[in-house]
Design a protein around this ligand. Sequence first.
Ligand code: HEM
Length: 468
Amino acid sequence: MELIPLSLLLSLSLSTILFLLFRTSTARRRNIRSPPGSIGLPLIGETFQLISAYKTENPEPFIDTRVVKYGTVFTTHVFGERTVFSADAETNRFILQNEGRLFESSYPGSIANLVGKHSLLLMRGSLHRRMHSLTMSFANSTIIKDHLLVDIDRLVRRNLDKWTGRILLMEEAKKITFELTLKQLLSIEPCEWSENLRKEYMLVIEGFFCIPLPFFSLTYRRAIQARKRVTEALHLVVRERRVEREKGVKKNDMLAALFDSDCDDDEIVDLLVSLLVAGYDTTSTTMTLAVKFLTDTPSALAELKEEHEEIRKKKGASLALEWDDYKSMPFTQCVVNETLRLSNIISGVFRRAITDVKIKDYTIPKGSKVFASLRAVHLGQENFEDARVFDPWRWQKISDPANFMPFGGGPRRCPGHELARVALSVFLHHLITRFSWIPAEDDKLVFFPTTRTQKRYPIIVQNRNVVG
Ligand code: HEM
């Protein structure tokens, strides 16, 4: 992420200032009581405070200090816009459940340009409902059980077969999740083409957190060029598959479902781009952080090992995991939950109020940007005891996980939530039953621009089944 150049911020158009001033004074005239807070310096707002806070090792310094000062719902001004932040579980649920009625999704320009205008993240109304349920129908439990699990298991094992000595876990996990997603979406097996496409994808994702002006940001310029190459490559695949389809070749993947849904090629490619983005980085980072948390908590690792060795014993010579095996991993699910809670790969979601919305004693004025922070709730001491400690056992006691929303909620709830859980569980199973490992270097969690480890988590692996 490049810091926002001062000159750029100062050159934000006069019309924006006038618009904001007009809106504020209109709100005042209408006697609206917005959530309390500070909007910082003119134009820049509190953007620099937010960026420098997230560059520390503390996961929530920006929100923590404001919650103490103003309460769990407060106003700030970041990335060129006045924004209402919510660190309150009930308010977050309300915001997410009222998608399309009181709020609509509103992503920063950089992300919107890179995922494409036909992406699920940007769709609204009935088209969004239709495409969301189509995506769900390709990632629900039945499909995973009957169809996807075999590939997940096979591709995870195939990758682990190549591991030896020092590896960068984050890189290896990214390879795995990219291969899984390509297989699910397009029935493409790993090959040189897919690895090249993945490298282009990494450039696209790097552009997500830049100012979306190619002139000001080299990273953003590179991301836009990489996106062009990605869409060209995917257009080619879509065209070839249409020809195959006309010849009667049938495939059971997301692309086949999209052909049946009357989308044109531009729409299909944007959807594919966004599905690859949504599933690839999130799941691989969660895999890496699960291993880091377990390495740092030996008692949890030992209990997890026991669970998986038990499964292995029952299966005898058969290596491939089946659905019943996945369903007999209760402690693994505790580890997955706790990793999702503590790592918060998607720290929160952006929305825009489409009308004045009353929340607590305040009104969020129509047109306001809103950020529902999932991380603030997951790390709030009032929601989880010792909230900042990795404690998978807590999930053996939690009966109502209402404050736990790593996959969002409401009509935009992540359609890949079950798929991510299965991929994580299968990955942990094969990792734990085949390898022991130690960290190769000290590495630490960082929270900006996204949650990850600073050095991509280098570890030294040793195959437990090879003697000597
Ligand atoms: C650990 C892994 C994952 C996490 C933490 C995660 C988290 C989330 C969250 C919080 C949202 C809600 C965004 C919003 O409300 O604006 C979301 C949406 C989405 N996720 Fe995931 N996700 C994960 C894995 C996946 C996978 C594997 C897929 C692949 C199918 C996927 C596909 C999507 C899509 C397409 C959306 C947009 C839904 C919409 O706007 O209707 N995600 N994800």
